[in-house]
Design a protein around this ligand. Structure first.
Ligand code: ATP
Length: 554
């Protein structure tokens, strides 16, 4: 979805609106600043014409003192508006970031499976460049537009013909700025994209550092990262060249324009059409005629990336439909039955059906063992039950209600899952176990016992305060799995327990412990167990083999 500037501005305005009175105060300060800034050239004219040329010391002193006061006032107004806009800038940015942070975790699973985490992070960081919307450069551009109008008015009142002549130069600046802006936008876009890709590659390599070393593919990885880094550097060079070219061209034009003023203004003084004072005032106002265009150029250097970043942020983060809860969905308090009727599903980016015409029925007390070779769709069935995808054929019912009508948050709250890919926070063992619900000491000790963690935790010098490292890097595969099991047991009020290859890394003793827990303590729950071994055959009352049409046991 291509967004126009209007769409982008209205998006920014949504945030401005929240502090509209401060923005209005800021604009009043800017207008006051403009009026004060218009005084010095006119006062200079009076200093020359009525003081110096008329050889009147008192008048000279009077205007010099007024000039001092004007500059003082200008400084105070400048300082106040810049403080105010710094405050507004940072708070507006903070609001945007908060919204983005909230949005990101509400995006569908597809967003996280199709984009590298480093790439997502880099794109989120692009928000920082939005700060330039309210930076001093932008303020200067706004002030210069006000000043342009004021200066034009005063110049016309002093000498109409000379003003028209000087105005002729403005379109030249406009054209150069426009061409320059276009190429800058193009290079900014590609440099942001290449930068995000570079971050993605780098983060992937850092996360997979151990595996890369094991496979001995360090050089290959370095080559790929360097290639991404080179592409990023190339676009940055192009952007830099375009920026220097544009800036230099504009500087040259403004120098030539002042020579032009020297010539036409000087000729007017020689022909006695204007006084020296008027010439001096013209020299002061002259720069204000081109200032909006020149300032726009400088502002563009910072604001253009901000516009591009905003478009990219909106295109990227908002192209996925959020998993938003409208409040109309049914809130679940318990799950008594889950059913899948004739369900067929393929992933949004996949061509083939992962599961076809699949049926499942589980009431409280049912323990289902899901079997089937790798890639046969076992974990996909769990994802569908959790409402991660809606684009399936057939029906998924919870307590007889279409699962699409049920609040996903309330549904997921009633599931305890030990997934195949376990994610641990980089914090202590205890914090990882109590990630969803707080437990009292007695409950917590029971959880440690049931998950087979107690002995291990007690053997550690820091006990359950031991940090697990990034994604459990400091623990063994089995220990990670035990923490995930403890986490699932610790979650209060669950009605459905899912064990997706939950015991693959466990020793036989712990496996038996978990088996006993499932057998003895989950009899009034629904259990879905995915396992390749025959370990759980005897404690399940239903076995579904995804390679076979019929269910093996009922
Ligand atoms: N996010 C995804 N996007 C596209 N295809 C996917 C996605 N996740 C899984 N698949 C594909 O769907 C199929 C089923 O995957 P799934 O993880 O459900 O299998 P599984 O039966 O649990 O396998 P395993 O026994 O190896 O754990 C696989 O072919 C896999 O490549």
């Amino acid at each position: 979805m291509a967004l126009n500037k209007f769409g982008t501005l209205s998006f920014v305005f949504k945030y401005v609106k929240r502090r509209i009175w401060l923005f209005i105060l800021g604009m009043i300060l800017l207008i006051a600043l403009t009026l004060v800034a218009l005084l010095p050239p006119y006062l200079t004219k009076l200093v020359f014409d009525e003081g110096i040329m008329a050889r009147n010391m008192n008048v000279l002193i009077k205007y010099v003192l007024i000039l001092v006061g004007t500059y003082l006032l200008q400084s105070i107004l400048n300082y106040s508006s810049s403080v105010l806009f710094t405050f507004l800038n940072q708070h507006t940015l903070l609001d945007m970031k908060k919204d983005l942070n909230k949005n990101i975790l509400n995006l569908p699973l597809e967003f996280f499976t199709t984009n590298e985490s480093g790439y997502i992070l880099a794109r989120m960081k692009e928000v920082d460049s939005l700060s330039s919307f309210f930076s001093m450069n932008t303020l200067r551009t706004i002030i210069s537009i006000f000043e342009f109008v004021g200066a034009l008015f005063i110049m016309f009142s002093m000498n109409f013909k000379l003003t028209i002549l000087l105005l002729l130069m403005v379109p030249v600046f406009g054209i150069v700025t426009k061409i320059f802006g276009r190429s800058l936008k193009k290079f900014t876009h590609s440099s942001l994209e290449k930068g995000a890709m570079y971050s993605g590659k780098l983060q992937q390599a850092i996360l997979g550092g151990e595996e890369i070393k094991r496979l001995g593919i360090e050089e290959k990885q370095v080559k790929e990262i360097n290639q991404a880094s080179e592409q990023f550097a190339k676009t940055m060079i192009k952007r830099g060249i375009s920026m220097s070219g544009g800036t230099e061209l504009l500087t040259l034009f403004s120098s030539l324009a002042s020579v032009f003023l020297l010539y036409v203004g000087g000729s007017a003084v020689l022909n006695e059409n204007i006084s020296i004072g008027t010439y001096m005032a013209f020299a002061g106002y002259f720069s204000k005629l081109y200032a909006p265009v020149l300032n726009w150029n400088t502002t563009m250097l910072t604001i253009q990336p901000a516009f591009v970043a905003l478009e990219r942020i909106r295109n990227f983060f908002f192209k996925y439909q959020k998993e938003e809860e409208t409040g109309d969905e049914l809130e679940l308090n318990q799950i008594n039955e889950i059913e899948m009727k004739n369900v067929s599903f393929k992933y949004p980016d996949g061509n083939d059906y992962v599961i076809e015409n699949f049926d499942l029925n589980a009431k409280k007390g049912t323990k289902i063992l899901l079997k089937g070779p790798n890639g046969s769709g076992k974990s996909t069935i769990i994802r569908l039950l959790l409402g991660f995808y809606n684009n399936y054929d057939g029906k998924i019912l919870v307590n007889g209600t279409d699962s699409k009508k049920i609040s996903k948050k309330s549904l997921r709250k009633l599931f305890s899952i030990v997934s195949q890919r376990i994610f641990l926070l980089n914090s202590s063992i205890a914090e990882n176990i109590k990630i969803v619900d707080e437990l009292d000491e007695e409950q917590y000790q029971k959880v440690l016992l049931k998950s087979g963690l107690k002995e291990f935790v007690n053997s550690l010098p820091l006990k359950d305060k031991t940090p697990v490292g990034e994604n459990g890097i400091k623990l063994s595969g089995g220990q990670i799995q035990k923490i995930a099991i403890a986490r699932a047991i610790a979650k209060a009020n669950s009605d459905v327990y899912v064990f997706d290859e939950a015991t693959a890394h466990l020793d036989s003793e712990t496996r038996e412990l978990i088996k006993r827990f499932i057998k003895e303590e989950l009899n009034d729950k629904i259990c879905l167990i995915i396992d390749h071994s025959n370990n759980f055959d005897d404690i399940c009352n239903k076995i579904i083999d995804l390679t076979k049409e019929e269910q093996l046991k009922n």
